[in-house]
Design a protein around this ligand. Structure first.
Ligand code: FES
Ligand SMILES: [Fe+2]
Length: 344
């Protein structure tokens, strides 16, 4: 699998990592421990003690340090070994476990997997997430037994909505038959489309019809912000399918999501649904969440089955259609950035 390394991956929710409670995860096969010291400062280290390679995530926090629970070697937040119990003389200086640059933003913990010297917080995509004063959020996550790439491919080709999400989003075949407008960006792609004369999400055959404008900004390494806004039927035709003037993506709810490759065959899918603060009642939010989570379960069932099918026939190849254009553009960008990294 090809993935960009010099980029930020969502490794956890900020609120998951409490003081004194180290949390283990994996990103691109690398075991990582994230922990918060007594000052609230967050650190991410290779989850492997230098002594006998026991996981540091089983260790205990002591003030601003982390002590391996096996034989007690002590580390600081930069991963430096600062004490071996009972041994006055420390080994040669500079001994440390690998440290990963880490940033908390949008309610997530972002970890930089590539060369630490290249870590640049400005490369965290411009999303809207937990902590934004104007919005409130519902959120959750799913663990997949599938490669992350299959999940990002799914999110980049929404023609599947018409066929896979018949029990959840319940939208017509316009999703499968019309093609979105795609715009390449430096580290992602934007996909926009009008869906004309449809009922609200989850209400196929509804009589209260609208034209809906959808926009999805999809960023390296697999992070997206998707929003939609409804307009009176006829708006799309009047605008010749152009972007509505003053399109503010955030007024009617949106979703922010991240797909993180954990191993070659596992991935974690983080999602939040954002709402303008105080403007949407809890019952509507709950109803939307139920539809979304039903949809996510439909995706997961299909993608995990797809992974098993792929693994059963490793020589078989994908065949693309015009609906895969977003997938092709995005994966080309991933390949390009990954090639640049190798060349550097
Ligand atoms: S394995 Fe960590 S101190 Fe021995
Ligand atoms: Fe889906």
């Amino acid at each position: 699998m090809t993935y960009v390394r010099n980029t930020w991956y969502v490794a956890a929710w900020s609120h998951e990592i409490a003081v004194d409670q180290p949390l283990a995860t994996r990103v691109l096969n690398e075991p990582i421990v994230m922990w918060r010291d007594s000052t609230g400062r967050l650190a991410a280290l290779a989850d492997r003690c230098l002594h006998r390679l026991a996981p540091l995530s089983l260790g205990r926090c002591q003030g601003e340090t982390l002590r391996c629970r096996y034989h007690g070697w002590l580390y600081d937040h930069a991963g430096r070994l600062i004490e071996i119990p009972g041994q006055a003389q420390m080994p040669a200086s500079g001994l440390q476990v690998r440290v990963y640059p880490v940033v908390e933003r949008y309610g997530w913990v972002w970890v930089w997997i590539g060369e630490p010297a290249r870590a640049n917080a400005e490369l965290i995509p411009p999303l809207v997430g937990i902590g934004h004063p104007d919005y409130e959020f519902d959120y959750g996550q799913l663990d997949y037994a599938a490669e992350a790439r299959l999940i990002t491919d799914n999110l980049l080709d929404l023609s599947h909505v018409s066929f896979l999400h018949t029990e959840s989003f319940r939208m017509s075949e316009i999703w499968a038959r019309a093609r979105p407008k795609l715009t390449e960006q430096e580290r992602g792609i934007r996909s926009e489309r009008w869906v004309r004369n449809e009922g609200p999400m989850g209400e196929l055959n509804a009589t209260n019809r609208v034209d809906t404008y959808f926009r999805c900004d999809f960023f390296i390494p697999g992070v997206l912000l998707m929003s939609a806004r409804a307009y009176p039927v006829g708006t799309a035709a009047a605008l010749s399918d152009a972007q509505p003037p003053q399109f503010s993506s955030m007024e009617e709810g949106f979703t922010t999501q991240a797909v993180t490759p954990m191993t070659d065959r596992t991935a974690r899918y983080f999602y939040m649904m954002g709402w303008p603060r105080g403007r949407v009642d809890q019952a509507s939010r709950d109803a939307t969440r139920v539809i979304y989570e039903k949809g996510f379960a439909e995706d997961q069932r299909m993608i995990e089955a797809q992974q098993r099918s792929i693994d059963a026939s490793p020589a078989a190849r994908f065949m693309s259609s015009s609906a895969d254009q977003g997938v092709v553009l995005f994966n080309r960008l991933v390949e390009k950035l990954a090639r640049q990294e190798l060349a550097q």
